[in-house]
Ligand binder design. Structure first.
Ligand SMILES: Nc1ncnc2c1ncn2[C@@H]1O[C@H](COP(=O)(O)OP(=O)(O)OP(=O)(O)O)[C@@H](O)[C@H]1O
Ligand SMILES: [Mg+2]
Length: 314
């Protein structure tokens, strides 16, 4: 449903007399299958929105090719636009209009009659459980309700693909869970859903496949389970007083490890076997231990091994 090769985009901005160039997207290859929820995971500034804006025909790529829902992005952007929906990171509803007004207007922009637009509005209002508030001004909605209106606006014309830029950022846990259900419903109706997120749990729980982006490049792609399996073995996290981290790293230098401000993480074959050995090594070096935890690799560990940084801490 989406195929890109070598997509690139730089921005040049003036700062006084100097010109500054940011390579926001540096050669992105993506393959998204029909009917999947595809997640684009990455820290702030990774280039997620820029990629999405290119795919949604809002900005032109500097280089590369893309086909979306069978239409060529370069040769036929108008056709791409007809086949997709796009919901921006910041949303797009007006304070003083009602959800119904917004939806009818949006439907009419796609060229349907007033009566048909009203029917479509009723259908999506029901689908997103918004009927009850449909005639109230958007400024009176809760964050979760207003975000649902945004998504409803993006899909009212029944696109094949919908791009949702951070659909759940800023929502409370309950509204996020509700939004996940809405997104799964879109998939069940046959839509391909492309979301960006910087929530690890969201990528893990919601997405069929993900690409992890950092610094304008994709550093890993696959199903969440495959990516985690790639990092074989267990992770042992040893919590330490800040001034003991260096000594701990020295005492454990025979392990594959990463050091952090107040902990070290060791990548081991079998945590249950390694923990006693780790404890003995720390004890022998007189390193004061805070906590010790064993966990299966997370998507954060995938990001960590690919970039040397933690997604959480960035
Ligand atoms: N119009 C622009 N002009 C100049 N720089 C830009 C512009 N748009 C984006 N950038 C820069 O490109 C880089 C990627 O930005 P982008 O918005 O794509 O990141 P993101 O992954 O969506 O981040 P976030 O998670 O914060 O939304 C950033 O360094 C950003 O400052
Ligand atoms: Mg963004």
């Amino acid at each position: 449903m989406i195929e890109t090769r070598g997509l690139r985009k730089s921005f040049t901005s003036r700062q006084g007399r100097d010109k500054k160039t940011v390579e926001a997207v540096r050669g992105v290859d993506l393959d998204v299958a029909e009917g999947e929820i595809f997640g684009f995971l990455g820290p702030n500034g990774a280039g997620k929105t820029t990629t999405l804006r290119m795919l949604a025909t809002l900005i032109e790529p500097d280089d590369g090719t893309a086909t979306i829902a069978g239409a060529d992005l370069r040769a036929d952007p108008g056709e791409v636009r007809r086949r997709i929906g796009y919901v921006a990171q910041g949303g797009s509803t007006w304070d003083d209009s009602t959800a119904r007004e917004e939806l009818v207007l949006e439907a009419r922009l796609y060229g349907v009659s007033k009566a048909e637009a009203q029917r479509q509005a009723v259908r999506v209002l029901e689908g997103f459980q918004l009927s009850e508030y449909a005639d109230r001004k958007c400024k009176t909605y809760s964050g979760g309700q207003r975000r649902r209106v945004d998504i409803a606006l993006g899909i009212i014309h029944e696109p094949k693909v919908v791009f949702l830029d951070e659909p759940t950022t800023g929502l409370d846990p309950q509204s996020r869970a509700h939004m996940w259900d809405e997104i799964r419903r879109l998939r069940a109706e046959g839509m391909t859903v492309f979301i960006t997120t910087h929530y690890l749990d969201e990528a893990d729980a919601l997405c069929d496949r993900i690409s992890i982006m950092d610094n304008g490049e994709i550093v890993a792609s696959g199903t969440p389970a495959d990516l985690k399996r790639e990092i074989s073995g267990d992770v042992v996290r040893v919590g330490l007083p800040v001034d003991a981290v260096t000594a701990a790293a020295e005492a454990l230098k025979n392990y594959k490890l990463e050091t952090y401000e107040d902990n070290v993480r060791l990548y081991v074959e079998d945590g249950a076997v390694s923990i006693p050995q780790i404890l003995r090594a720390l004890d022998a070096a007189d390193v004061p231990l805070g906590t010790i935890e064993l966990h299966r690799p997370s998507l954060d560990d995938v990001f960590l091994t690919k970039t040397g940084r933690s997604l959480r801490e960035s």
